[in-house]
Design a protein around this ligand. Structure first.
Ligand code: ZN
Ligand code: FE
Length: 252
């Protein structure tokens, strides 16, 4: 049977995700912005949280670990940096695989927002949980990483099958769209996407998840190797164009 993803708002602009496998009965909490809310949401679905998969150590991603572990005994699978906030049962890095029942997730290094930021890609299910590495029309702020490292991470995301559904951890899309239109004003697909986003937000609907094919055509940070972006934003190499775009977004 196919996996179920239950998505719900958490804190001010995070999304919570519960990933449930009906065959094994296992349920993974993808990040833990708010432990109590995760426990409430799982209970309402009739699911028991068996695992926590953290993408990175920020408190709005791992701050609920301890409350969930205490209530459920869930096993924490996380990059080593999460030890700043909670104990870890299994430390994972790039190239590792994680199971939920028979379903496999590949762990991908997407560092740059923080060091030790990972994504969970489930190739057979065509979904990926990307934390704060890439957002709909944006990417995470570069708190700990370097442009070359972050650009390398985005290239790994770009290399996933383009029908991969991306679960990003925040509802930042409306603000991201404003910057994207500034960064890449002649992109007709971006203009159409931005209109969809405005309409969705007016109806109070989430813009997450997104799909990689659409981001490849419109997300300026994934398009830092596109000649049009390079010409407008400068840089002799894509990671330099990426750095210019990231700096401009920080001040936008
Ligand atoms: Zn973060
Ligand atoms: Fe975050």
């Amino acid at each position: 049977m196919t996996l179920k993803v239950h998505q719900f708002p958490c804190l001010s602009d995070n999304y919570g995700f519960l990933l449930h496998d009906p065959d094994s009965g296992e349920t993974a909490a993808i990040d833990t912005p708010d432990g109590e809310e995760y426990l409430r949401q799982a209970k309402a679905q009739g699911w028991a949280i068996t695992h926590i998969w953290n993408t990175h150590w920020h408190p709005d991603h791992a701050g609920g670990n301890e409350a969930i572990v205490e209530a459920t005994g869930a096993k924490v699978i996380a990059p080593t940096e999460v030890e700043k906030l909670s104990s870890i049962d299994r430390v994972v890095t790039h190239g590792d695989t994680v199971q939920l029942g028979e379903h496999r997730a590949d762990v991908i290094d997407v560092s740059g927002h923080t060091n030790g930021h990972i994504a969970f890609h489930l190739p057979d299910d065509k979904i990926a949980f990307v934390g704060d590495s890439v957002f709909a029309l944006g990417c995470g702020r570069m708190f700990e990483g370097q442009p070359q490292q972050f650009w390398g991470s985005l290239q790994r995301i770009k290399a996933l099958p383009e029908d991969t559904v991306l679960y990003c951890a925040h509802e930042y899309t409306a603000a991201n769209a404003k910057f994207a239109l500034h960064a890449d004003p002649d992109n007709a697909q971006l203009q159409a996407y931005a209109e969809d986003i405005t309409a969705k937000r007016e109806r109070d609907e989430p813009t997450v998840p997104t799909v990689l094919s659409r981001e490849l055509a419109t997300n300026p940070f994934l398009r830092a190797d596109d000649p049009a972006l390079a010409e407008r934003w400068g840089g002799g190499a894509p990671h330099e164009t990426f750095a210019a775009l990231r700096a401009a977004k920080d001040d936008f």
